[in-house]
Design a binder for this molecule. Sequence first.
Ligand code: GSH
Length: 218
Amino acid sequence: MAATTLTISSKNYSSWSLRGWLMTKLAGIPFEEVITAPDDASARAEILLLSPSILVPCLTYKEFRIWDTLAIGEFLNEIAPKKGLLPKDRLHRAHCRAICGEMHSGFTSLRSALPMNLKAHFPDFKVWSKARADIDRIIEIWGECLSAYGGPYLFGETLTMADAMYAPVVTRLRTYDVPLDPVSAAYCDRILEWPAMQAWLAAAQLEHEEIEELEVEF
Ligand SMILES: N[C@@H](CCC(=O)N[C@@H](CS)C(=O)NCC(=O)O)C(=O)O
């Protein structure tokens, strides 16, 4: 096996896999993907060997396993400090960690009501009020960051782990046709143009398996 691997699951559905994968790309370290199918019993046994939490993503670095996306991002920042996963300034770094943490532990209504599904498109989707409140808070976070650091990314001129954390929100807003103000819409376009994001989106289109519950027509 390669010295560094990233265990992920579906590129179409797994938002945490996308976050971890974008962070690993940002770190610029060579890695191999290990793709698992979490619904399959034998695959679950296999993933347990690769990720103690049975959750993905899980980074294996020189046989050492790091699971949980925030821990992966922090670790990558330590081994590739010049890649800017976290901002240079201490206070900006704290701000970046705060909004990454907010994504990691919150927005459950958005995450459950608008699951990531890159191949789908649900025009005129009705967003219920709790998910709407999550979206409003995310738009507020983005607006504050873009205005404080001058864009085009959340912490200024270069991508950070915050952009990776919020990237699956960008795709959800597109999948579920959520209307956006011009500043947020332009930020979403920028994230969708990110070459690593483009590569992930293209790979997701080629996936065949479907998770039935997430394919409901709303
Ligand atoms: N807090 C974890 C969340 C990871 C997570 O929930 N991953 C989902 C995929 S998006 C998963 O592995 N689910 C297990 C399953 O589907 O069996 C992290 O930050 O990495």
